[in-house]
Design a protein around this ligand. Structure first.
Ligand code: SF4
Ligand code: SF4
Length: 382
């Protein structure tokens, strides 16, 4: 882990109260400090992560309804900033972009020479990061920054990123972060953390400081000290979210799947699965990619691009002679057992943080928690 990541992992020590109008000051303070602020915005009837200029860009007054294969933005409480949970996008699209140029070569005389990349990597401030999403970033850190294999593009952006977390006070219909121990409260991994407190007579945010960089930004915006009661109220609101998770993952799911690699359920789910790869695209931890080389029409300029790929595509497991995982059943099994079981062998962590996106955005509503439960129940246990 990098020094910056370690600094963010220490527990927060200071708490303040800020008024809703100070969210604007916070966004402006981040921008004035050289960050490109990215946060939730309403676009095409969904909450996506895009550049923020002010708090007015946030989807104020919206909530979401989520279920297997279903997502709807609906009216939330008037003036409330964070009544929705997670949408189709995750922060990985900024740290590990869907389509990224890896290198460029230009012909000089008879040889190709590498063109040096001179553009500075962006310094992002991610605004409104949920606890499960911080957990997902930590998982991707193990993939892209694990000592043996380091992706310098990812690491540079990750180290420079400023994280403004938002503790969830409402759980979505497909959320199960409590089962995965990743939320709904962000315990660490942030610079600043907000909890929205909405009571009859007041609407404020508890602001927790999680790093020296967070303290510097907090000092630039209007704030007052938080009382013990403020911390209690905020904590109760997050506890309420923890008790209203839309889904639950069975316990000891890793060993369960390992024992059941030949279970009939894999063929059952394959009858519904379209192998469309939506689940892997929306997942904040999936990291499969492929590499494409392109040249222009003159033949003197060549580029190598990395783009997201998925274990659900036939080509992904192609080696000489054909694809290894030809059947949908084997591709679904590969995905689910990797997420929940063999990821532990590979990275010493679960590959799933319980965000629920793969359930919501599966066009046929396949539910990873329901699949695990079906296998568990076939063993005679709940
Ligand atoms: S597997 Fe599904 S629930 Fe788990 S992190 Fe990925 S998208 Fe979220
Ligand atoms: S599980 Fe759903 S989202 Fe994933 S590949 Fe199958 S149909 Fe697509």
């Amino acid at each position: 882990m990098t020094a910056k990541m370690t600094a963010k992992s220490s527990p927060s020590t200071e708490s303040f109260i800020i008024d809703p109008q100070s969210l604007d000051d916070l966004i402006h303070a981040l921008a004035a400090s050289g960050y490109q602020v990215i946060g939730p915005r309403k676009e095409d009837e969904a909450v996506v992560y895009a550049p923020l200029r002010s708090a007015g860009d946030l989807p104020v007054g919206y909530a979401d309804e989520q279920d297997g294969g279903k997502y709807r933005l609906v009216k939330g409480r008037d003036g409330v900033y964070f009544d929705y949970v997670v949408g189709p996008q995750s922060w990985k699209r900024y740290l590990f972009p869907p389509h990224q140029k890896i290198c460029q070569m230009r012909k000089q005389g008879k040889v190709f020479r590498i063109v040096e990349e001179t553009a500075e990597p962006p310094r992002y401030a991610f605004f409104g990061v949920r606890a499960c999403e911080i957990a997902a970033m930590k998982i991707q850190d193990r993939v892209f920054d694990n000592g043996a294999f380091v992706d310098p593009g990812y690491v540079t952006k990750r180290q420079a990123a400023f994280i403004v977390a938002v503790n969830c006070t409402r759980a979505g219909g497909t959320c199960f972060c409590t089962s995965m121990n990743t939320g709904p409260r962000a315990a660490d991994g942030f610079d600043l953390a907000l909890t929205e407190i909405v009571e009859k007579k007041r609407h404020v945010f508890l602001l927790e400081v999680g790093s020296p960089a967070g303290a510097e930004i907090a000092a630039k915006i209007p704030h007052r000290g938080a009382a013990a009661d403020d911390v209690k109220v905020a904590s109760a609101a997050v506890d309420k979210a923890a008790k209203s998770m839309g889904r639950q993952m069975v316990d000891e799911v890793g060993p369960l799947l390992k024992r059941n690699l030949e279970h009939a359920r894999w063929s059952e789910v394959a009858k519904r699965c379209l192998s469309c790869a939506n689940c892997t695209m929306v997942c904040p931890t999936c990291f499969c990619s492929t590499v494409e080389d392109v040249t222009d029409l003159t033949g003197s300029n060549a580029e190598r691009w990395r783009r997201w790929d998925s274990c659900f595509t036939m080509d992904f497991s192609y080696i000489h002679g054909g694809a290894v995982r030809r059947e949908t059943a084997s591709r679904y099994r590969q995905w689910m057992t990797h997420k929940l079981s063999s990821w532990f062998d590979q990275f010493n962590t679960s590959g799933c943080v319980g965000c629920g996106r793969c359930i919501t955005w599966c066009p046929v509503g396949i539910d990873i928690t329901e699949e695990a439960r079906a296998i568990r129940e076939s063993e005679g246990r709940r």
